[in-house]
Ligand binder design. Structure first.
Ligand code: PLP
Length: 489
């Protein structure tokens, strides 16, 4: 494909994408294909001779479209939204065009410098504490990584190595130090709420440490309290284990619960060796609205914070912002500089080499799409977008409340997410029944019935394919989750 063929192919692709967005609402959100549908539609291998673009493009409609779940459809109410936007798509197009693996500043100064500036813009936009700015005296800063899971692995491994460095700094490098480090790693425990996203457990597996959950019961609104965290830390220590990392959740996956950030911040000062990371993968985007920024001040007491712009801030997948209070904590773990990576700018200490803040070496030009989105929508536009979704959650809850004979809300709208159950025709055990000897059985039977009905309704809605919802189990309750999104305009 030469540049003139590219012009015509790309224009055709853009027309097709714009048509797709214009007709999204009319499509059933879920595909009706069966597993393995694709192989019979494709040849056994690539063609010997290159094919024309027309033939390739036609296959989008023929083979890809039937197997797509339409995440951008307003009928997609599952998981969390993964909102896209046209300016972000254009950003990805330029990124693909420049195709620079900007691991060191010298690999493309614009890529590194735009990322640093845009992350400072985002830090201020969310009203995050200024210790996360690249210009902070404590050496903070932001980096864009692919996903929240990648960020959390990066934080967990850096937390592990920071603790080992601190504890073994008195030993010279050598066998004894390595043996002691290996011994320590076996005792380390990463902690997270029982409702924390599975990425923390996965990160602990990758880091070769243990993982323990901190209870966050319904009576605490599914949030980790400082007291619960303290107790889990003490229980671990009583068993000879060493908690070294905790994920505080700002918007849990199941119900959008927020851990007790002020309480945990107060506890943090007496546990300086525990790295506290705030996972705000979905809900973090709401912090651009002043009405949510009361959540931000305690974050100054923690080590790091992440949220996914690819979830709720109109930046196409993938784009997870990772803010760190002391970038040196990452650099001390991840900086390895063989001779082929050395250059005068790195040696000068005047530049940022983002390879030292992450697991991979190469990296994409992701800040471009963030920059395009921030400038296209402006702060007002983005706030309006978030508030629109929050309102949809409130509206949905009102609809549920208008039919108490059918629905019961389990968790009230939080960041647009509502969870609910389906009521059986038989009423809940009465107060009188609670007092008789059979009450616990009656209550358990009732809860089981509610769970069964909720699951049945959930499966029937999804089987129709028109709407896509997800369900989850929180503290033994089977609930349907609904979080609605609209396209940006
Ligand atoms: N953390 C939370 C709270 C999430 O809800 C999710 C995904 O929904 C993740 C982490 C993982 O996100 P990613 O797909 O970016 O790894």
């Amino acid at each position: 494909m030469d540049s003139s063929q590219f012009r015509s192919a790309a224009k055709g692709a853009i027309d097709e994408i714009a048509d797709y967005y214009d007709t999204l609402e009319d499509r059933p959100v879920l595909p009706s294909v069966k597993p393995g549908y694709l192989r019979p539609l494709l040849p056994d291998g690539p063609p010997e001779e290159g094919e024309s673009w027309d033939k390739i493009q036609a296959d989008i409609d023929r083979v890809i479209m039937p197997g797509l779940t339409h995440w951008q459809s307003p009928k997609f109410m599952a998981f969390f939204p993964c909102n896209s936007s046209f300016p972000a798509m254009i950003g990805d197009m330029y990124s693909g065009a420049f195709n620079a693996a900007a691991f060191n500043w010298i690999c493309s100064p614009a890529i590194t410098e735009l990322e640093t500036i845009v992350m400072d813009w985002v830090c201020n936009l969310l009203s995050l504490p200024s210790c996360f700015l690249s210009t902070s005296a404590n050496g903070g800063g932001g980096i864009i990584q692919g996903t929240a899971s990648e960020v959390i692995v990066t934080a967990v491994v850096a937390a592990r190595e920071r603790l080992i460095r601190r504890r073994l700094s008195h030993l010279p490098d050598g066998e004894e130090k390595l043996d002691r480090a290996a011994e320590m790693r076996g005792k380390l425990v990463a902690l997270g709420s029982e409702h924390a996203h599975s990425s923390t457990q996965k990160a602990a597996i990758i880091a070769g440490t243990r993982f323990r959950t901190v209870p966050a019961p319904a009576s605490a609104n599914y949030s980790v309290t400082a007291a619960a965290l303290k107790q889990t830390i003490e229980e671990c220590r009583a068993k000879g284990l060493e908690p070294f990392y905790f994920t505080a959740t700002l918007g849990s996956t199941g119900t959008c619960a927020v851990d007790d950030l002020p309480g945990i911040a107060a506890l943090a000062s007496s546990h300086p060796d525990i790295w506290i990371h705030v996972d705000a993968a979905y809900a973090g985007s709401a912090l651009i609205c002043p009405e949510y920024q009361y959540l931000c001040p305690p974050i100054a007491s923690f080590d790091s914070f992440n949220f996914n712009l690819h979830k709720w801030l109109l930046v196409n997948f993938d784009c997870s912002a990772f803010f760190i209070k002391r970038r040196q904590d990452l650099i001390d773990t991840y900086s390895i500089t063989p001779s082929y990576l050395r250059n005068e700018y790195t040696e000068s200490g005047l530049v940022t080499d983002y390879r030292d803040w992450q697991i991979p070496l190469g990296r994409r030009f992701r800040s471009l799409k963030v920059w395009f989105v921030l400038r296209t929508f402006g702060v007002k536009g983005l706030r309006g977008f978030i508030r629109g979704h929050v309102k949809l959650g409130e509206y949905f809850a009102e609809l549920l409340e208008s039919r108490p004979d059918v629905f019961s809300i389990t968790t009230a709208p939080a960041f647009g997410l509502v969870t609910f159950q389906i009521q059986p025709p038989t009423p809940s055990p009465t107060a009188a029944e609670h007092t008789n000897a059979f009450a616990p059985d009656a209550q358990a039977q009732y809860s089981e019935d509610v769970n069964r009905r909720t699951k049945e309704v959930y499966e029937r809605v999804n089987a129709r394919g028109e709407y896509f919802l997800t369900s989850t189990v929180v503290c033994g309750k089977y609930v349907i989750r609904v979080v609605s999104a609209t396209l940006a305009s």
